[in-house]
Design a protein around this ligand. Structure first.
Ligand code: NDP
Length: 435
C-alpha cells in the first residue's frame, strides 16, 4: 500500500492473489526466503510518455500513454494496449500483474506486460484514430520488439488500431516483424485470434462443467459487454448448446428472453464492429428484446454468468442477486470483473468461479501462436489454431484443478490458477538469483 499510493485497482489485484498464495508460500519456504512475491509485485519498468495529435478541426490534443513491462522471467513481455478515458497507471499495473500469471498458465514462453492511454476513441473519426495511433507508436517503437515486448489489443484497441500501429512501426523501423499480435490476415495475423478470447472462455466453461459431469447444453447464460470478448463468447456458447439471454455496453443491457440467435448475433457484430453503434439499437431492431438503461445484467436469472465488459462489474450486491437467482458458475471473460467481496460471496455459496487469468487466457495464447507463425513465416489453418486453443484451455483447466485446494465437492479455481501461474515464474526467478 505504502509503496503504491493511489493505485486501488493494483492493490485489489495483488490482494486477490496474495490471499490465496500465502499458505502455499509459507509451506514452500524457498519462495518466502527469496522474497519472490515481493519481487513479483514490482514491475520491471514503466514507460510513461506524452502523445500529441491533431483532431479533425485542427486542434492539438494531448494524451498520456504508458507501457508497463511487468515481468519477463519466462519470455518477452506480452499484453494488450487499452484505449479508454479511465486508463491510469493503477489500471495498467493491475492488468500487467495479472497478465504475468495468465501468460504463465498458457504454457507458452511469454512474460507479462500491459499498456494503454487515457485516449477516448468514442466519437473519433477514422483519421483521428489513425493520427493518434501513429503518434503513440513514434514513442512506443523504441520499447517493443519480437524478443522484447509484443503488445496486442484490448478495450478500445481492435484490428483497426493494431493495423495503424503496425503500419507506423514498419515505417519507423524499416522492418517487417511480429512486434504486435492481432494483425490483419494479409500481414501476419493468425486465424482465430479475433475469436480466441471469447471462444476460450466458452471452452473453459465447458471443461469446468464437464469436470462435474455437466455441460453447456440448455444452460441459460447471461453475458455482459458487446465487444470482442463478449461477441465470440456468445457465438461459442450458442454452438455448445447454451441459450444466451443478455448483452450490454456502458449505456445498459439488453434482455432477450428467448435467447440470442445467429441472425441476431450477426446484427450485433455489424452494429458494434462496423457501425460502432450502441446496444440499445439492438432492442429497437427486434421485437421482444428489452433495453435497461444504466444497468448491468446481473438481475436476470441465469445458470452461468460471463462478465465480459470491464473490471469491477460484479460487486457484492450483484453476486448475491446472481446467487439468489440460482447461478451455478461464473466465467470471467473480462479482467478482474468480480471485486473481492463478490469473490468471497461466490466462494461461500460454492459457486464455481473461473478467474480471468485462466478463463480469458485463450486470447493471449493465440497471440503466442501468432508469434510462432510469424517466426516460422507460415500460417496455420483455422482448424489447427482452434484445436491448439482447445488443447491449451483444457491444459489450463487441468493445472487449475491440480493446484486448487481439495474440497469434497468444490474446486477453487482462483487458488489453482494463482498457484499454477506463480510457480513457473517463481521458479525461473529463483534460478536467476537476485535480479
Ligand atoms: P472491447 O473494447 O471490444 O469491448 C468492451 C466492451 O465492454 C464494450 O461493450 C464496452 O461498452 C464495455 N465496457 C467497457 N468499459 C465499460 C464500463 N466502464 N462499463 C460498462 N461497460 C464497459 O474490449 P474487449 O472485448 O477486447 O475487452 C473486454 C474485457 O476483456 C477487458 O477486461 C479486457 O481486458 C478483457 N480481455 C480482452 C482480451 C482480448 O483478446 N480482446 C483478452 C483477455 C482479456 P462501450 O462500447 O459502451 O464502452
Amino acid at each position: 500500500m505504502k509503496r503504491n499510493p493511489g493505485e486501488p485497482e493494483f492493490h485489489q489485484a495483488v490482494h486477490e492473489v496474495v490471499e490465496t498464495l500465502i499458505p502455499f508460500i509459507l509451506s514452500n519456504r524457498v519462495y518466502k526466503d527469496a522474497q519472490i512475491l515481493e519481487r513479483m509485485t514490482e514491475p520491471d519498468r514503466v514507460v510513461i510518455f506524452r502523445v500529441c495529435w491533431e483532431d479533425d478541426a485542427g486542434n492539438i490534443r494531448t494524451n498520456r500513454a504508458w507501457r508497463v513491462q511487468f515481468n519477463n522471467s519466462i519470455g518477452p513481455y506480452k499484453g494488450g494496449i487499452r484505449f479508454h478515458p479511465n486508463v491510469t497507471l493503477s489500471v495498467l499495473k493491475f492488468l500487467g500483474f495479472e497478465q504475468t500469471f495468465k501468460n504463465s498458465l498458457t504454457g507458452l514462453p511469454m512474460g507479462g506486460g500491459k499498456g494503454g492511454s487515457n485516449f477516448n476513441p468514442k466519437g473519433k473519426s477514422d483519421r483521428e484514430i489513425m493520427r493518434f495511433c501513429q503518434s503513440l507508436m513514434i514513442e512506443l517503437h523504441r520499447h517493443i520488439g519480437e524478443d522484447t515486448d509484443v503488445p496486442a489489443g484490448d478495450i478500445g484497441v481492435g484490428s483497426r488500431e493494431i493495423s495503424y500501429m503496425f503500419g507506423q512501426y514498419k515505417r519507423l523501423e524499416n522492418r517487417f516483424s511480429g512486434i504486435l499480435t492481432g494483425k490483419g490476415l494479409s500481414f501476419g495475423g493468425s486465424l482465430v485470434r479475433t475469436e480466441a478470447t471469447g471462444y476460450g472462455c466458452a471452452y473453459f466453461c465447458e471443461n469446468m462443467l464437464n469436470h462435474i459431469e455437466d455441460s453447456l447444453v440448455d444452460k441459460i447464460c447471461s453475458i455482459s459487454g458487446s465487444g470482442n470478448v463478449a461477441l465470440y463468447a456468445v457465438e461459442k456458447a450458442i454452438e455448445l448448446g447454451a441459450k444466451v439471454v443478455t448483452l450490454s455496453d456502458s449505456d445498459g443491457f439488453v434482455h432477450v428472453p428467448n435467447g440470442i440467435n445467429l441472425e441476431m448475433l450477426a446484427f450485433v457484430k455489424e452494429l458494434k464492429t462496423v457501425r460502432r453503434g450502441r446496444i440499445h439499437e439492438f432492442a429497437n431492431h427486434y421485437k421482444g428484446v428489452d433495453f435497461y438503461a444504466g444497468k448491468r445484467p446481473w438481475n436476470v436469472p441465469c445458470d452461468i454468468a460471463f462478465p465480459c465488459a470491464t473490471q469491477n462489474e460484479i460487486n457484492r450486491a450483484d453476486s448475491q442477486e446472481l446467487i439468489n437467482n440460482g447461478v451455478k458458475a461464473v466465467v470471467e471473460g473480462a479482467n478482474m470483473p468480480t471485486n473481492l467481496d463478490g469473490i468471497h460471496e461466490f466462494r461461500h455459496a460454492k459457486v464455481i468461479l473461473a478467474p480471468a487469468k485462466a478463463a480469458n487466457a485463450g486470447g493471449v495464447a493465440v497471440s503466442g501462436l501468432e508469434q510462432s507463425q510469424n517466426a516460422l513465416r507460415l500460417s496455420w489453418s483455422r482448424e489447427e489454431v482452434d484445436q491448439r486453443l482447445k488443447s491449451i484451455m483444457l491444459e489450463i483447466h487441468s493445472k487449475c484443478v491440480q493446484h486448487s485446494h481439495k474440497y469434497e465437492d468444490y474446486t477453487d479455481y482462483i487458488t489453482g490458477a494463482n498457484i499454477a501461474g506463480f510457480k513457473k515464474v517463481a521458479d525461473a526467478m529463483l534460478a536467476y538469483g537476485i535480479v
